[in-house]
Write a protein that binds this ligand. Structure first.
Ligand SMILES: *Cc1c(COP(=O)(O)O)cnc(C)c1O
Length: 287
């Protein structure tokens, strides 16, 4: 569904807008669609195989799997060895990616780094190697397309918000839309780590504002506060957000900002399946 619609919502009595990039495709959604934009628009005859690597529940993995399924490309995905829990219980993103034909290969810890580094040399003209977090050059084009949609729709806001993993989305959005303030928050490491990641991609513009949470929360670990916020957002807006990134961003937006904001829904909702299972198992740690 493109251009994606913008929903008007109210949270705790405050008006917000949500850019519904979660509606692009259930499996290839949000900023992963935007970041894979160039590949999405590559004719299927161009490649036979896509290779990537990373975590077994990553949103990027599922998105690539869906893309390869649609294109008829072989998808090889390398990870570190699965834990006992992961082996016993194939769920969420990993399960769907396997259903889309992803060929999963475990690489022993001891040689993982070396192995990943060697992939570039093995890649031929018919194979596309996608580095973890999405290819940078390709991502820029897709985020620029998102920026264009926002400009055209022109919602009555001067600020946007989008949570960061690698920071690729937030940085390219801020660069493409200098007339907007772009709020982000680090979800994977701390603010210094995020800044370093973004600096490697380009110069950080003044309109990009990093809101750093006072307390660092380990990425992907069940957290009672996040879960409660996820439920609250669902109840008040009718929109399901992801459990890994969105709660962190919304918490900062609700606590540290006052203006009207367009929140970019970066998808990742399918990943909630495996996260919710962990919450149900009672592994929530409160604060
Ligand atoms: C991947 C992802 C992010 C992080 O995007 P980056 O461009 O790596 O910063 C944020 N939200 C969701 C839902 C994601 O899947």
């Amino acid at each position: 569904m493109l251009p994606t619609p913008i929903s008007a919502v109210t949270i705790d009595g405050r008006a917000f807008f949500v850019k519904r990039d979660d509606l692009i495709d259930p499996y290839l959604s949000g900023n992963k669609y935007r970041k894979l934009y160039t590949l999405v628009h590559t004719p299927k005859e161009r490649f036979d195989t896509v290779i990537s690597y990373g975590g077994t529940q990553s949103n990027a993995m599922l998105s690539i799997a869906k893309l390869c399924f649609d294109k008829g490309w072989r998808f090889l995905y390398y990870t570190k060895p699965l834990s006992q829990r992961q082996k016993e219980e194939v769920s969420g993103n990993f399960r769907y990616a396997l259903e889309f034909g992803m060929e999963h290969k475990e690489v022993p810890h001891a040689i993982y780094k070396e192995f990943i580094a060697s992939l570039t040399a093995q890649t031929d003209d018919r194979t596309f190697l996608l580095h973890q977090g999405g290819a940078v050059k390709e991502a820029k084009a897709g985020i620029a397309a998102l920026a264009k949609e926002i400009q055209k729709q022109n919602p009555p806001v001067k600020a946007l918000a989008t949570p960061s993993g690698t920071g690729t989305t937030a940085l390219f959005l801020a660069l493409a839309l200098p007339q907007y303030r772009v709020y982000t928050t680090p979800c994977v490491g701390d603010g210094a780590y995020l800044t370093k990641q973004m600096e490697a991609l380009g110069e950080i513009p003044k309109n990009l504002v990093v809101l750093e949470p006072p307390k660092k929360h380990p990425f992907g670990k069940p957290n009672l506060e996040f879960y409660k916020l996820y439920v609250k957002l669902l109840e008040q807006t009718g929109i399901e957000f992801d459990l890994l990134y969105a709660p962190s961003m919304w918490k900062m937006v609700l606590e540290k900002t006052t203006e009207k904001i367009l929140y970019i829904h970066s998808g990742g909702v399918i990943g909630n399946e495996s996260m919710l299972k962990r919450y149900q198992k009672g592994s929530i740690k409160g604060d």
